[in-house]
Design a protein around this ligand. Sequence first.
Ligand SMILES: Cc1ncc(COP(=O)(O)O)c(C=O)c1O
Length: 416
Amino acid sequence: MISPLVGEMSASPTEGGRCERRNNVTLDKNPLHRYCLSVIFPAAKADPMSTDFTSPTPRPGILDIAAYVPGKEHAPGVAKVYKLSSNETPLGPSPKAIEAFQKAAAKLEIYPDGQAIELREAIASVYGLNTANLMCGNGSDELLGLLCHVYLAPGDEAIITEHGFLVYKIQIMGAGATPVTVPENDCQVTVDAILAAVTPKTKMVFLANPGNPTGTYVPVDEVRRLQAGLPKNVILVLDAAYAEYVRRNDYEAGLELVSSNQNVVMTRTFSKIHGLAALRVGWMYAPLAIIDALNRVRGPFNMNAPAIAAGSAAIRDQAFMATALEHNSLWLGKLTDAFSSLGLRVTPSVTNFVLIHFPDTDGKRAPEADEFLTRRGFILRAVRGYGLPNALRMTIGSAEANEGVIAALTEFMGRA
Ligand SMILES: Cc1ncc(COP(=O)(O)O)c(C=O)c1O
C-alpha cells in the first residue's frame, strides 16, 4: 500500500545524503530512502545484497505465459482484404455512436468520468439493472484481468475449458495461480467435467457462454447446475461476449444468476455487435462486494471519454442492434449450409462466427485452406492455439465477404 509509506515519511528523521556505489547502481544509505526502495522493490528489503541489480526480473511464472496472438490483419500483395479473424461486426457501429464519439473529441483535455456514470446508466436502463452493480472496463479483457488479480494468488487454481478464450489462462497465470483445463465434448462444454475438476484450491471458474472459438453454448439450466455445484467461495465468471447474437430459448447470459448469488459475475463487451472494438469498452454485472473489491485496484480513469460517450449511444440504439442481429442470423444459416454442402464439418454456432473443420487429407487441411483463402484476401482465424489445429474460425462478414469465402472454399474443395 502507498499510504503507510506517506505516514512513515513524515514520522521518520531524515539523514543527509550518504551514498555508496555497488553493481553499477548508487545505494542510498539514507534509511528513509532505503525504506522507500524496499516498498517499491520488496526483494531489496528482504535481502538487498542478494538482489541482482543487473536486470529487472519478472515474478516467477510470468515468462511461462504465452503472449496473446491477435487475428491476422494482412494478406501481402492482395488488393482487397476481408478481415474475418477477430469477430468484428461488418456493419460498424451505430451512426449515433460515431456522432457521440466525434462530439467527445472536442473535450480531449478533460479527464473522463472515473465512474463512467453515463455508460453505466445507459446499460442499467437497457437491461433493468442497478448501476451500483455495474463496472465498465477498457474492454472486457480488463475486467477479466482485474478479477484474476483481485481473487487469485499463487497456490490457487482456476478452471478453464479445453477450447476456452486464451485471455483467461494469461490472466490466471499473470496472477500467479494455476489454470486447470477440463476437456470439452466435441467443442461443447460439459458441466460435469468442470465440477469434477473442483478442488479445495479452486477459486474461479471461467465459462465463455457462448464459447469462442467454438460458437457453442451451455443452456441456462446447466449453468444453474454448475453454480449450484460450486463451493460458495468459488467465483463463476460468465463471459457473455457474444450473448447479443444468441437466439435460443434455453440460453441466458447470466443476469438472473448474478442477481441471485454472491459468487457469480457476468462480463460483456461492446467490441462485437456494437462495433466498438477500437474503443475498448466492456462491462461487468456483479455482486456489490466484488465491485467494491475491484474498484480498489481499478485504474481511476480506466475508461476514456470518447468510449464512454460512444458506448452509451450504441447501447441505446436498439434498432441498429436489431439490424446487425438480422444480418448475422441470415448469414449464420447460409454459411453453415454452404460449408456443410462442401463436405466441411461446421460446429453449430449461435454467435457471429463459425468454426470450420477441414478433412485430414493432404492438401485439404486447415493450414492449406488458410493459405489459399489469404491469397484471395480472405483472412480467417487459425485456431491451433486453441487446440484445434485442423479448423479455421470465420467471422460472419458483409454479404460480399461471405459470398467470396463460399466461392473460394468451393474452389479449394474442388467442387467449382
Ligand atoms: C469470449 C471472449 N471474451 C472476451 C473478449 C474480449 O472482449 P473485449 O474486446 O471487450 O476485451 C473476447 C474478444 O474476442 C471474447 O471472444
